[in-house]
Design a protein around this ligand. Structure first.
Ligand SMILES: *Cc1c(COP(=O)(O)O)cnc(C)c1O
Length: 393
């Protein structure tokens, strides 16, 4: 189980299978132990005072957390990785490590709603000024730079509406003024997109979604390059974020099957979309892996795969009653927040207060679907019945 002795860097599937394992360190057991710990004992006072052993205290890391961190570090090509107890906690920590009083922060207008909530309600109190930008800007983001611009928070594709962003162009512009670039990389996961290689400084993943993959734990990961790591590491230590070992273990277990699950999510998703696009009640479909999607070229250039999450509009004139009737009629799609588990989910897309520089038509009814690991034919039939119920035969 140790890594083959080769100069060549390993392919992603091999990394997923072997990363973070150390069987010889744990009596030959394949997986690292789930270490429940606060106190770590020292053999003598000298070791204690000189910090002369790997582990010092449960909050500062255990063989369980180090193992997942090492695996994510390898996948993201990062200098360092910290775990957080949710995706949102990872976003908050990453942002706090990049900006302080007097700084200006740019955030994509399409960022995840709770990211905006954190930026709008917490950061101003710390003296940070927050400005939203059109995700289509690319290198034109320069026009929004101020002397005090210290960080740019991107999310590609964006939450609910799936706009792609030109991360390399944004990173190049940011480098000219020494600003840090953060990417919420949850949709593609570090398997299909490595933001640090695209020029970003921090890559954040809501591990709750595809990493854990079974809707049974909350987790976040923050990967940083050499430039961003020292501040992130210091803040993480100072603030005391700690993830319970059983949840770290669920992340580690999910990691091993990430590739096979994502491949199937994407395949099922394409099959459902292929049927959906021809239905008379359906308007625009937002999924960057589709050739017709405006973000397709960027997706093709920067990503190596797609996932099971997309949204669509009903045709113009569809009422909220019809949207609700459709959602209520679904039986295989659960009505619930989050995504990335094995099961299919649906939510109405509501952008109230969530787009301040790129407003969308409020009268347009939309739905976000997560396509799970069910047989896609059953999913299509479920959607067909729900459309009939909502729109009539
Ligand atoms: C769910 C989600 C998060 C937050 O993750 P939690 O673990 O639910 O806190 C962040 N970003 C995106 C894009 C998400 O979908």
């Amino acid at each position: 189980m140790s890594k083959p002795d080769t100069e060549k860097s390993l392919k992603p599937d091999t990394v997923l299978t072997h990363a973070g394992l150390d069987p010889r360190g744990f009596h030959g057991f394949v997986n690292p132990p789930v270490v429940h710990a606060s106190t770590v004992l020292y053999p003598d006072i000298e070791t204690m005072l000189t910090g002369g052993q790997t582990y010092s205290y449960g909050r500062r890391g255990t063989p369980t957390s180090k193992s997942l961190e090492a695996a994510i570090r390898e996948l993201e090509g990062a200098a360092g990785v910290h775990l957080a107890n949710s995706g949102l906690n990872a976003i908050a920590l990453a942002l706090l490590s990049c900006v302080s009083a007097g700084d200006h922060l740019l955030i994509a207008d399409t960022a995840y709603g709770p990211t905006r909530h954190f930026a709008d309600t917490v950061l101003p109190g710390f003296g940070v000024s927050v400005e939203y930008y059109d995700p289509a800007l690319g290198s034109d983001i320069r026009s929004l730079f101020r002397e005090e611009t210290k960080a740019i928070f991107t999310e590609s594709p964006g939450s609910l509406t799936f706009e792609m962003q030109d991360i390399p162009a944004i990173a190049k512009a940011a480098a000219e003024i020494g600003a840090l670039v953060l990417v919420d990389n949850t949709w593609a996961s570090p398997l299909y997109c490595q933001p640090l290689a695209l020029g970003a400084d921090l890559s954040i993943q809501a591990g709750t979604k595809y990493l854990v993959g079974h809707s049974d734990a909350m987790l976040g990961t923050i990967a940083a390059n050499e430039r961003a790591w020292p501040k992130l590491d210091a803040l993480h230590g100072a603030i005391g974020t700690h993830v319970a070992p059983d949840d770290v273990y669920l992340g580690m277990r999910g990691l091993r099957t990430l590739s096979v699950r994502l491949e199937r999510h994407a395949k099922n998703c394409l099959q459902v979309i292929d049927w959906l696009k021809d239905q008379p009640q359906i308007g625009n479909i937002r999924y960057p892996a589709l050739e017709s999607d405006p973000g397709h070229a960027l997706w093709k250039r920067d990503f190596s795969g797609s996932s099971g999450l997309f949204s669509f509009d009903f045709i113009e004139g569809t009422s909220q009653e019809q949207q609700h009737a459709f959602l209520d009629a679904l039986t295989l799609f659960g009505l619930g927040y989050s995504w990335g588990g094995f099961e299919s989910l649906a939510i109405p897309v509501s952008l109230d207060g969530m787009r301040t520089v790129t407003p969308l038509d409020k009268n347009r009814m939309s739905v976000r679907l997560h396509i799970g690991l069910e047989d896609p034919e059953d999913l299509v039939n479920d959607i067909a019945v729900a459309l009939k119920k909502a729109f009539g035969a």
